[in-house]
Design a protein around this ligand. Structure first.
Ligand code: F6R
Length: 635
């Protein structure tokens, strides 16, 4: 039988005095970006575990709950809920979480993969257990029920929450793979137990109530006090408290933290889509990321540095590892880091990095860039780098997530929550963070003086204002999007830092508009891709400032003429006042003047809006494009 494996999912748990159903549903709504193939909920109420689960988006679950006779599901004050993203096998009601034990007394939800599930399943079936789903998760429900039965038989204290925690620890000891598990047991009505290995789980600390979730946005409406869990830990929440142990039962400490954004930051705020809201938030996100980064003596301030300046002086090679949009920010960073520090810098897909035995040692700095901090490909690349003794520095938007936790140094991007699956403000804040790291390295190594660093930082600080101006004049881009909505293909070309911008513009269009799009280094066109150009083919051309590197500008103007001569419709993104490019632009979109290396902070924005508006004009779900999920916690 084909297993339907839950890959990256949203998980919420609540225990307290209030009706849990609506609290958990609200949490799931905020986590739906993590997966939206199916959703389900289990509530402990009046001596039963009552579940409802439905394939499809959360709305299907809500509809089913609305049509359900009142059997107590709406009043129980202990619940777990799940929103799922599956990679293969049809997402069905049957495979949706929660999964119940055979006696219906234990319910489990899960994010991750139980790698030894086939063996466990065979073992359970041999004892007479009948499986009702194709999932690996169901094993955990049956195993937990069996452990609880054994514990109750052995223990004088029959139903205490501690039994549930011990049952979960015993289950975890049998599981291989990556998982976050949450479980409830009807005989322990006022407790939810959770466990995590290589998969995210945070605790929300309330008053007379507590929460568990894949990320804080699920409970931020109720509390801004949270506890970060470590690897291989079990957490038990009751209305009165939070108890954390490792998998062997040793008491463990979580790390308390305060969430410094509020619930309204996770709402659409009047925009049609989260993506549009997040595009509009970019000036502030960049300003926040830059805030406080320059100390009184002109040094760049990172958030957590477990590296000495000498370690950074010893660096003789930089590797940047990341995926998707974050990878594109790394491509831009390469230009800045090599220019400012003169250290060779390579950028690699995190998913490829460890498979080709990269040459790494103590003097290699690996920069891992990740919005979520949970991307498994990036995490595995990071771990490989650490095994080879390289130093790892993370750029991340999610406080306390796994990637920064496992890194030697961290620079957090203060972008706030990014809900739309397609990354926008995370990209720009990653760029800002990369620039800061390039400057920091250059300064520590003595290749740039404090005043030179301060001059670049001051230019960076001017970008939010420029972006605000730019965002105010994007109507022509929207009109262009309506015009291009039926195009078969759109090509993007750029040179230097405009090349990664072209790649990012094409990626946004593919993922949102489901349209063929490609990004090219403009100089590469003549080596093959120019054959794609036909009469009317739209080609978006990202043009560098004529003021910075004149040769670069001249070269791309020639490239624009080449494609135009072959019938392309040229859509030119150029700096205000760039007269030289005007005659070759069928459509001209101007951006504020910005130094060449920093230009992606402005040139990317019209491309984000173009993709968003084309997707909307084609009738797509902009915030949750098909086949994708926000946090990719599998390789
Ligand atoms: C595209 C997008 C993805 C992510 C990639 C890495 O819009 O969002 O390509 O950039 O999956 O995710 P993080 O940054 O969370 O590691």
């Amino acid at each position: 039988m084909l297993a339907t494996l839950p890959r990256m999912c949203g998980i919420v748990g609540y225990v307290g005095q209030r009706p849990a159903l609506s609290i958990v549903l609200d949490g799931l709504r905020r986590l739906e970006y993590r997966g939206y193939d199916s959703a389900g909920i289990a509530v402990v109420s009046d001596g039963s575990v009552r579940t409802e689960k439905k394939a499809g988006k959360l709305a299907n679950l809500e509809k089913a709950l609305g049509e359900r006779a009142d059997d107590g599901i709406a009043s129980g004050s202990t619940a777990i809920g799940h929103t799922r993203w599956a990679t293969h096998g049809g997402p069905t009601d049957r495979n949706a979480h929660p999964h119940l034990s055979a006696d219906g007394r234990v319910a489990v939800i899960h994010n991750g993969i139980i790698e030894n599930f086939a063996r466990l399943r065979a073992e359970l079936e041999a004892t007479g257990v009948e499986f009702v789903s194709d999932t690996d998760t169901e094993c955990a429900a049956h195993l937990l029920a069996a452990e609880m039965a054994k514990l109750r038989a052995d223990s004088a204290e029959k139903d205490g929450p501690q039994l549930l925690a011990e049952g979960m620890r015993r289950v975890c000891a049998r599981l291989e793979g990556a998982f976050t598990l949450l479980a409830v047991d009807v005989q322990v009505p006022d407790a939810v137990v959770g466990a995590r290995r290589n998969s995210p789980l945070v605790v929300g600390r309330g008053e007379g109530e507590n929460y568990l979730a894949s990320d804080v946005s699920a409970f931020i409406e109720h509390t801004r006090e949270a506890v970060e869990l470590g690897q291989d830990q079990v957490v038990l929440i009751t209305p009165e408290g939070i108890e954390i142990t490792d998998f062997t039962g040793q008491t463990a400490m979580g790390k308390d933290f305060h969430i410094d954004w509020d619930a309204s930051a996770a709402e659409k705020g009047g925009y049609d889509y989260f993506m549009l809201k997040e595009i509009a938030e970019q000036p502030q996100a960049i300003a926040d990321t830059l805030l406080g980064r320059l100390s009184a003596n002109g040094e760049i301030v990172l958030d957590e540095v477990r590296l000495t300046d000498q370690d950074l002086r010893d660096v003789d090679k930089v590797f940047i590892v990341a995926c998707g949009t974050a990878y594109h920010s790394g491509l831009v960073a390469k230009y800045a880091i090599e220019h400012w520090t003169r250290i060779p810098c390579e950028v690699e897909f995190a998913s490829e990095f460890r498979y080709r035995s990269p040459v790494l040692d103590r003097s290699t700095l690996v920069i891992a860039i990740s919005q979520s901090g949970e991307t498994m490909d990036t995490l595995m690349a990071l771990r490989h780098a650490k095994e080879q003794k390289a130093r790892v520095l993370a750029i991340c938007n999610t406080n306390g997530s796994t990637i920064p936790r496992e890194s030697d140094a961290v620079l957090y991007t203060h972008g706030g929550p990014e809900i739309a699956v397609a990354s926008t403000k995370a990209f720009l804040t990653q760029l800002a963070a990369c620039y800061l790291i390039g400057l920091h390295l250059a300064q520590v190594r003595g290749v740039m003086y404090a005043d030179e660093v301060a001059a670049v930082v001051s230019r960076l600080r001017r970008t939010p204002e420029k972006l605000r101006d730019l965002l105010g004049v994007m109507e022509p881009v929207r009109a262009l999007a309506r015009d291009l909505k039926d195009a078969n293909t759109i090509l993007f070309i750029g040179r230097h830092v405009g090349y990664p911008v072209a790649l990012e513009g094409a990626l946004k269009l593919k993922e949102l508009a489901y349209m063929h799009a490609e990004g090219f280094g403009a100089g590469e066109l003549k080596h093959g891709p120019i054959a794609l150009i036909d009469q009317g083919t739209p080609v978006v051309c990202v043009v560098p400032s004529p003021a910075g590197r004149g040769v670069l500008h001249d070269k791309i103007v020639s490239n624009i003429q080449e494609v135009r001569a072959r019938g392309a419709r040229t859509i030119v993104i150029a700096e205000e006042g760039d007269e030289a490019v005007k005659p070759y632009a069928d459509d001209l979109i101007t951006v504020p003047r910005t130094p060449t290396l920093l230009a992606p902070l402005v040139t990317t924005v019209p491309l984000q809006i173009l993709a968003c508006e084309i997707a909307a004009a084609r009738g797509h779900d902009v915030d949750q494009p098909r086949n994708l999920a926000k946090s990719v916690t599998v390789e």
